[in-house]
Design a protein around this ligand. Structure first.
Ligand SMILES: *Cc1c(COP(=O)(O)O)cnc(C)c1O
Length: 380
């Protein structure tokens, strides 16, 4: 019996506990202290983000974006069906009609042409998801946004430290949202960030994040008292989370380089060995960098994927499928009246994610690759 290879194992630099202790000793454990500010300026400087605001999750950052865009009942919001529930939920909570569109044929990312087809007079936002940290076709999408005057939200939950034609993801749309959930490249247990890229939204974003109060402006001495000035909620994380996150940000290059090395190893191991079984490798278009968030293969069928998962499991390896098309979800399917979304359905049935984490050894990567190839050849 081989040693168990988990699907994911969170990386810790060792400094998380030091910084958390520092916060505990300082007595100031609520939000927006020294570590929160350090995280904000890290992102603003390194990734050209106009204003970074840590949040308690990417879900919350998406909810903030929906509030900032004044999304209300009857507004339409266009997004891919192949995404996480939160992408849609944040806008559904404000009463929006979610207009799901399809992914492109060779990648789970949304198709710009399908977005354009779905635009109506009621469209209030376009939400794109950079799946696996790979950039959507942002020139086309931003051009559409400009042509029709519709704001763009980048769900960059998986896209930390990734780029479109050299420009940082999360900094390109009106808003960008990141996740630091345990399963992402950079983590703080639960955590997220809103990138506010338009000057005009910054003041209100701070208010919405802080229970609808102008407390941030008060602490900067810009007003002499603070109170209820708008709607909002409690979206700002504690300093304990920010201290955890800051330790991870310091290790960014180390983490990303190791993940990329494993990703490339999988790619090379499998490059000439899976297409004869009808399976295919991930595509990284020339406009995108690769932050190695996910290594996936696309199986020939649901049956082949089911066989592969079971076979890997028999050998102690955990692998995982990913999203199920949201237009077919139990919550939404009765409301959905758009066209079939065959690419989204194909990724729902056929995409399989292989283990990928910082501590994974080259030998483990080679073993999983071998197991994938032999499982495919058995099934074929
Ligand atoms: C992880 C993820 C989210 C949710 O992030 P949380 O921080 O857990 O709220 C949203 N969208 C996408 C695409 C994700 O991968």
């Amino acid at each position: 019996m081989n040693k168990i290879i988990p699907f994911n194992k969170p990386y810790l630099s060792g400094r998380e506990i030091l910084y958390i202790s520092e916060v505990l000793e300082s007595g100031k454990t609520s939000g927006d202290g020294k570590f929160t500010k350090a995280c904000h300026s890290f992102f603003e400087k390194k990734y050209s983000i106009r204003k970074s605001l840590l949040t308690t999750s990417c879900t919350d950052a998406l909810e903030m974006a929906a509030i900032l865009l004044n999304i209300s009942s009857g507004d339409e919001v266009i997004m891919p069906s192949y995404t996480f529930v939160s992408t849609a939920n944040a806008f559904a909570l404000r009463g929006a009609r979610i207009i799901f569109v399809d992914s492109v044929t060779n990648h789970p990312n949304v198709c710009p042409h399908q977005i354009e087809m779905a635009i109506t007079a009621r469209t209030k936002a376009i939400v794109v998801v950079h799946y696996a940290g790979i950039a959507c076709k942002m020139d086309e999408i931003l051009e559409l946004a400009g042509k029709y005057g519709i704001p763009v939200v980048e769900d960059a939950a998986q896209a930390v430290d990734s780029f479109y034609k050299g420009r940082p993801l999360g900094s390109l749309g009106d808003f960008g949202t990141f996740s630091f959930h345990e399963t992402k490249n950079i983590i703080s247990g639960e955590g997220g960030m809103l990138c506010v890229n338009g000057e005009e939204h910054i003041a209100r974003a701070e208010i919405i994040r802080d229970k609808g109060t102008n407390r941030s402006a008060f602490f900067r001495g810009e007003v002499d008292k603070y109170g209820w000035v708008d709607i909002g909620s409690s979206y700002l994380p504690s300093e304990i989370s920010a201290a955890f996150l800051y330790a991870q940000l310091e290790a960014m290059d180390l983490i990303q380089n190791r993940r990329r090395s494993i990703w490339n190893r999988y790619f090379n191991n499998l490059a000439n060995n899976i297409s004869q079984f009808g399976a295919s490798l991930p595509v990284v278009p020339e406009w995108s960098s690769n932050n190695a968030h996910i290594f996936y293969i696309i199986c020939a069928s649901l049956k082949q994927r089911t066989h592969l998962i079971a076979s890997l499991k028999d050998h102690g390896v955990s692998s995982a499928f990913h999203y199920l098309s949201l237009h077919k979800s139990s919550y939404f399917h009765e409301e959905y009246n758009g066209p079939d979304l065959p690419n989204s359905d194909r990724y729902s049935d056929c995409l399989l994610r292989l283990p990928l984490y910082y501590e994974m050894s080259n030998e483990q990567c080679d073993l999983v690759s071998q197991l994938v190839i032999s499982a495919l050849s058995e099934f074929y």
